[in-house]
Design a protein around this ligand. Structure first.
Ligand code: AMP
Length: 177
């Protein structure tokens, strides 16, 4: 699909960094996008418009770049913000979920009381790659009684088929590769 002028501008503001953080990875650097006042606000507006105001009670951001995008989305929704962090960073009673990475394992945590049973939750992150991070986050939310209303990403690396791990959820991404 060809980009609209709006999406073309977003795409042009993402910097490809080869072999970061390790050989063979093409890192999608969103710092130029965040630094561009039009692109940053466009990303937030498009995510809010996709779900619509009044549809979610909480927005979950995934450490660390997810926090930057999820917080203004939560503000615009009039929703609360909830962080999902790497193991050992949250100070209160937590629930955790581990998942496999290409090499080794990652563990994510959420505060056990961060979401009330039945609350509708949107998950926001910068990049959907293999989907492991996002599906572990969905499990954390459901494990404490939340309802995953949908997931939003600035970038989707379609060739890694992350959506397959998120079947049954409303998944939106703004720039696809
Ligand atoms: P995954 O669990 O494979 O979907 O990976 C998603 C997480 O890893 C996101 O939080 C991204 O920030 C990060 N990530 C994975 N691949 C890339 C990439 N090529 N460029 C930038 N960030 C990435």
């Amino acid at each position: 699909m060809t980009d609209t002028p709006q999406i073309a501008r977003l795409r042009a503001s993402v910097r490809d960094v080869p072999d970061f953080p390790k050989p063979g990875i093409m890192f999608k650097d969103i710092t130029p996008l965040l630094a561009d006042e039009v692109c940053f606000s466009t990303v937030i507006d498009l995510i809010v418009a996709h779900f619509g105001r009044g549809t979610v009670d909480k927005v979950v951001g995934i450490e660390a770049r997810g926090f930057i995008v999820a917080s203004p989305v939560a503000y615009h929704f009039g929703a609360g913000f909830v962080p999902v962090r790497k193991a050992g960073k949250l100070p209160w009673d937590t629930r955790s979920e581990s998942y496999a990475l290409e090499y080794g394992e990652e563990t994510l945590e959420i505060h056990a009381d961060a979401i009330k049973p039945g609350e509708r939750v949107a998950i926001v992150d910068d990049v959907l790659a293999t989907g492991g991070t996002a599906s572990a986050t969905a499990k954390l939310i459901e494990g404490i009684g939340g309802i995953v209303y949908g997931l939003a990403f600035i970038i989707e690396l379609g060739f890694l088929h992350g959506r397959k791990q998120l079947e049954g959820y409303d998944v939106v991404s703004l720039i696809e590769y």
